[in-house]
Design a protein around this ligand. Structure first.
Ligand code: CUA
Length: 337
């Protein structure tokens, strides 16, 4: 977090800047942030101003007689002032904070036909994100994907809100896409919820914002906000089982014959593990290992041969596969679009 935070607040990278909100929730958060900054800035200037003035005005001069100045004990007006003024400031902050909370915490409604709302369950895992697509427009979806969240954008007629249910499979994580929403923790044994909504299509970057182990810094987030037609096309493709390309049968058999199937699922095959990322449409994702490297032949080969060289400490071990096995499996993966 220490590296990421200055980036996030500097505004240099619009992709993660809290000063470029792209949703109603982050708009409210920015207002609150600027107001709190202004109030604390004003307090800082007053306090430091009085301090500097006093240092200069009452400093020891050579003309001083060298005895202690008159001592003053207690002053009712001063004590009332320094109790009332902070109390007033705190009261104002409580009011604006309550308003922001009300604007940001939207409870997820029940999915209904025609609502054009998307419901996704996000599972935080060491160190990647699992997305269980539950409902869109009231229709049950029931597919699982990883690391790259696709959402539809709203327009003047339809808001197309996205409701996330956040859970954890292991330790605490925190879902933070600075331009779309505030942070929300994923806590073992608890369900949190979150609301995203935007009218701006594009890629939004984010980061796990709660220390969760060795690779916490590389638990990156990518949210693709798409025009409704693109989003529906993506959705339709994700709902299909994996293609069975006859030209990569060697790789397919190799994969299905190894212990890969204990952790990974490829719908339409006997691989039904649920512990690692679902690979049914692996090549529809732009990155591997939660946004760490591009998802291409070279990185896939490195990953399958030894994931630890890309993400040390991750839960997938090296299986000591031969060059030939790695090549065949990657050829198979490249067909999973
Ligand atoms: Cu997950 Cu930090």
């Amino acid at each position: 977090m220490s590296l990421f935070l200055p980036l996030a607040v500097s505004g240099l990278n619009r992709g993660v800047s809290v000063f470029h909100p792209a949703s109603p929730a982050t708009e409210s958060i920015r207002h609150l942030f600027i107001l709190v900054l202004a109030i604390s800035g004003a307090i800082f200037l007053v306090v430091e101003g009085v301090l500097c003035y006093s240092i200069l005005r009452f400093r020891c001069r050579s003309s001083d007689p060298g005895t202690e100045p008159p001592q003053v004990y207690g002053s009712k007006p001063v004590e009332i002032a320094w109790t009332a003024a902070p109390a007033l400031v705190v009261f104002i902050l409580v009011l604006v904070l309550a308003r922001t909370e009300y604007e940001v915490r939207v409870r997820p409604p029940k999915p209904q036909p025609g609502d054009e709302a998307l419901f996704v369950t996000v599972v935080g895992r060491q160190w990647w994100w699992e997305y269980r697509y539950e409902y869109f427009n009231g229709e049950a979806l029931g597919f699982v994907t990883a690391n790259e969240l696709h959402i539809p954008v709203g327009d003047a007629e339809r808001a197309r809100p996205v409701y996330l249910t956040l859970v954890s499979a292991d330790v605490c994580h925190s879902f933070w896409v600075p331009r779309l929403a505030g942070k929300t923790d994923l806590i073992p044994g608890r369900q949190n919820s979150m609301w995203l909504q935007t009218t701006e299509a594009g890629l939004y970057l984010g980061q796990c914002a709660e220390y969760c182990g060795t690779q916490h810094a590389y638990m990156l987030l990518r949210v693709y906000a798409e025009q409704p037609s693109d989003f529906r096309r993506w959705l339709e493709n994700q709902r299909k089982p994996a293609v069975n390309d006859p030209s990569v049968q060697t790789g397919r058999q190799t994969f299905l014959g190894l212990s890969c199937v204990n952790c990974h699922r490829i719908r339409g095959t006997s691989a039904a593990g649920s512990y690692g990322p679902d690979l049914t449409h692996l090549m529809s994702r732009a990155t591997l290992a939660a946004g760490v490297v591009p998802n291409d032949r070279l990185q896939l080969r490195r990953w399958v041969a030894d994931p630890q060289q890309i993400k040390a400490g991750c839960l997938m071990p090296s299986f000591g596969l031969s060059e030939g096995q790695v090549g065949a499996i990657v050829d198979y993966f490249l067909t999973l679009r």
